[in-house]
Design a protein around this ligand. Structure first.
Ligand SMILES: O=C(O)CCC(=O)C(=O)O
Ligand SMILES: [Fe+2]
Length: 266
């Protein structure tokens, strides 16, 4: 795993809100990430044959990607990957913070001919509000402009607020809230399998449609700065968790938001 972060990378990340690390995983590590993700997505029944998919409700969102959430909670293999303190340290160094926890992991698999991921912000959906939320996005396949690579709107994390528009079917819906961003030149992030990107939780980003007959598999994890507090939004929290939380409580349940770095006792 390529964990060193030259200071230019850190500076560019803070300026642009994202950075790409080529050849992040070794070929052996890439095999493990692919197998661990495929194993859990298959076990959950999230992969379905195209013939089966074709017959069901062709809702737009089910055709954006297969989304498999918080796989670390049921797979020790995935847990080892997304709770790797080396990744946690990279997140902390990029964001200039001392500690980080998991918010949620997610496999995001664009199926052949999958719809686009419209431009959006991540953190306004989540149950904590922080300018230092950060996600890793690991390419498990070669990701190209043709099969739906990410596109970033550099610098938008600096002016983003928590005003949100849902991820709708219109690529540019977010510009109704942030009209000034419509002028920003987007940067595509094609990557070889095993490379990764990090992006800030308030950076505007999206992905193109998958215009190919192959899968575009990515494994992602969103991380939350240690000490973040509940903002009252449900997002992925369950009823019993919401019932125990008051707005302002620190989110530190190790079964939901384990500490990744520094790797301590939670
Ligand atoms: O993979 C995609 O299409 C979108 C990914 C994304 O929005 C994210 O990782 O925050
Ligand atoms: Fe996102």
């Amino acid at each position: 795993m390529r964990t060193e972060l030259p200071s230019e990378h850190i500076a560019a990340y803070r300026e642009n809100g994202f950075t790409i690390i080529e050849e992040f995983l070794t070929p052996e590590e890439l095999d493990e990430w692919r197998e661990a993700v495929d194993e859990t997505v298959t076990k959950r029944g999230h992969y379905r044959p195209p013939t089966e998919r074709a017959g069901e409700d062709a809702g737009y969102y089910t055709r954006v990607f297969i989304q498999s959430l918080n796989m670390w909670q049921e797979s020790d293999r995935i847990k080892r990957l997304v709770l790797d303190p080396r990744i946690g340290k990279m997140c902390c160094d990029l964001e200039g913070i001392d500690g980080i926890r998991v918010w949620h992991d997610q496999a995001l698999i664009k199926e052949p001919w999958g719809n686009q991921t419209s431009i959006h912000l991540d953190n306004p959906y989540w149950s904590f509000s922080s300018r230092h939320a950060i996600s890793i996005w690991v390419a498990l396949d070669d990701v190209t402009v043709e099969n739906g690579c990410l596109h970033f709107l550099p610098g938008t994390h600096k002016t983003a607020t928590w005003d949100n528009v849902g991820i709708g079917q219109n690529m540019g819906e977010i510009f109704t809230v942030y009209p000034e961003w419509a002028e920003v030149e987007s940067v595509p992030g094609p990557m070889r399998a095993g490379s990764c990107s990090f992006h800030n939780g308030l950076l505007a980003h999206g992905a193109g449609a998958n215009m190919t007959n192959g899968y575009r598999r990515a494994m992602t994890c969103a991380y939350m700065p240690d000490g973040s507090t509940f903002n009252g939004q449900r997002n992925i929290l369950k009823d019993e968790q919401i019932a125990r939380l008051e707005v302002g409580d620190v989110l530190r349940d190790p079964a939901q938001n384990p500490l990744v770095y520094p790797a301590a006792s939670n």
